[in-house]
Design a protein around this ligand. Structure first.
Ligand code: NAI
Ligand code: MG
Length: 483
């Protein structure tokens, strides 16, 4: 398998202007996978110029929407064709299990390109009844050059969440993958040209956030930034984008509550709470990192949850029996272990886990960790840890559950477990979050909008309405019809 290691600009592999590279590693082994060309301002400038040129070209601008739809569908096919290879690259670069890459991420990427292929030829304006002898109609036009900045937890999947709708709407894209996981995004650039997209319509520039990412955000010829990542970086991006008044959408962090009532199917709730926080090693923006449990079933829940956590075997991500992959980087490992330490110091009760571990003496692994008796104000109940660490918090009744669930700056997602349908709907309406899962967790679909309330950001990924909002702009045209 060839590992892509250069910038993808204008349909060609290019070295960085400075000649600089950075290492991307397999966090399960520490092995260096590639020395990847590191984009700086000059490279971003070249990529933006290439996107601008493609955006203005007849080939792209005048392409029929049906053809654009075909190309997106084809790109989905090519991702499907290369799914084994892409999933392997993803697992090696990120440390997540191959099961997750191959059976969850890759199929969702294919689905996503197909869903947005369906949107490409259904983007239309309106005719509007206005006063006077005029015909007034609107055109839905692409925004222009869109900068997509994505994180390392679902590298290809989150790239597709942005790239697919942006292309469906007729934009040109510069994609900046995370420096920890640049490989699958680079392959996507190559596949887009194979699918038939004009070169330059999708450019991929790996590099550090502070250089490549910041250059993209500041670039005067970039019209919009679509970002997924930390709330802190989201704030920086919003500030930096102000100078050139870019259209910004931010899908940020979370501290999502998973609320278990005494009348729930307890076994299902335990399973849901476990995948809620341990899926993807907890490096999931919507991770159910606060597990709120009604007092009456608190002890029973904890015992079963502990058992589940202990069955989450860390190990070789390529091995089918592995349940917990490797934490993406040493830096992230230190953050997670740091939070575990803070949890202990602040007096939360460590029920299980809490340790660094390894596979054959290698890799960045943390055991599935459960803290109980967590107070809502403790650091581990307030800050996004982004690791396999659950904070279990008892509650007394519905009001107490809602109040505790909402006691956070975030509002990305929430889960509710109950057999009482009225209670479920009440919680769904009172919880401040962009997604609420009832008796399930971590469900996604290309057609269903996903994004945050409060400091989890604004703008939605997925779904056609949000795509139109983010990736098109409306032009109102007036025609005098009395002359
Ligand atoms: P980050 O938010 O800084 O990185 C995400 C992306 O933004 C990467 O592509 C990065 O290169 C880019 N970036 C960073 N600084 C930038 C800037 N000034 N301008 C433009 N782009 C920039 O997240 P990081 O540092 O990798 O992880 C730190 C913490 O952030 C994690 O521990 C986790 O809590 C949170 N995080 C949350 C994510 C989410 O989806 N909610 C995803 C990744 C991280
Ligand atoms: Mg890596």
């Amino acid at each position: 398998m060839t590992v892509p290691d250069r910038l993808w600009i204008g349909g060609e592999w290019r070295d960085s202007a400075s000649g600089e590279t950075f290492e991307t590693r397999n966090p399960a082994t520490g092995e260096i996978l590639a020395e990847v060309a590191s984009a700086d301002e000059q490279d971003v400038d070249r990529a933006v110029a290439s996107a601008r040129e493609a955006f203005g070209s007849d080939e792209w601008r005048k392409m029929s929407p049906h053809r654009r739809a075909e190309l997106l569908w084809k790109l989905g096919d090519l991702v499907g064709r290369d799914a084994d290879e892409l999933a392997t690259l993803e697992t090696r670069d990120n440390g997540k299990t191959y099961f997750e890459s191959r059976k969850v991420d890759l199929p969702s990427v294919v689905e996503n390109f197909r869903y947005f292929a369906g949107l490409a030829d259904k983007i239309q304006g309106e005719t509007i009844p206005v006063s006077g002898p005029f015909l007034n109609y609107t055109l839905r036009e692409p925004v222009g050059v869109v900068g997509c900045i994505v994180p390392w937890n679902f590298p290809l999947s989150l790239a597709s969440w942005k790239v697919a709708p942006a292309l469906a709407c007729g934009n040109a894209v510069v994609l900046k993958p995370a420096e920890q996981t640049p490989l699958t995004a680079l392959r996507l650039g190559e596949l887009a040209v194979e699918a038939g997209f004009p070169p330059g319509v999708l450019n991929v520039v790996p590099g550090p956030g502070a250089t490549a990412g910041a250059a993209l955000v500041r670039h005067p010829d970039v019209d919009a930034i679509a970002f997924t990542g930390s709330t802190e970086t989201g704030k920086t991006i919003m500030r930096e984008a102000a100078d050139t008044l870019k259209k910004v959408s931010l899908e940020l962090g979370g501290k999502s509550p998973n609320v278990v009532f005494a009348d729930a199917d307890l076994e299902g709730a335990v399973r849901g709470a476990s995948t809620g926080i341990f899926y993807g090693k907890g490096e999931v923006c919507a991770a159910g990192s606060r597990v709120l449990v009604e007092r009456d079933v608190y002890d029973d829940f904890l015992e079963a949850f502990k058992g589940r956590a202990e069955s989450m075997r860390p190990g070789d991500p390529m091995d089918k029996s592995t349940r917990l992959g490797a934490i993406v980087s040493e830096e992230q490992l230190d953050r997670v272990l740091g939070y575990i330490e803070v949890g202990r110091e602040e007096g939360a009760r460590l029920v299980t886990g809490g340790e660094r571990t390894s596979w054959e003496g290698k890799g960045n692994f943390v055991t599935a960790t459960v803290f109980a008796d967590v107070e809502p104000e403790m650091t581990i109940a307030q800050e996004e840890i982004f690791g396999p660490v659950a904070a279990v918090i008892p509650f007394e009744d519905v009001d107490d559950a809602v109040s505790k669930a909402n006691r956070t700056i975030y509002g990305l997602a929430a889960g509710v477990w109950t057999r009482d349908i009225g209670k479920a709907h009440r919680i769904a309406s009172e919880i401040q979050a962009g997604t609420v899962w009832i008796n399930t967790y971590n469900q996604y679909d290309s057609a269903s909008p996903f994004g945050g309330y409060k400091q989890s950001g604004f703008g939605r990924d997925l779904g056609w309405e949000a795509a139109l909002e983010k990736y098109t702009q409306t032009k109102s045209v007036w025609v005098a019809i009395d002359r």
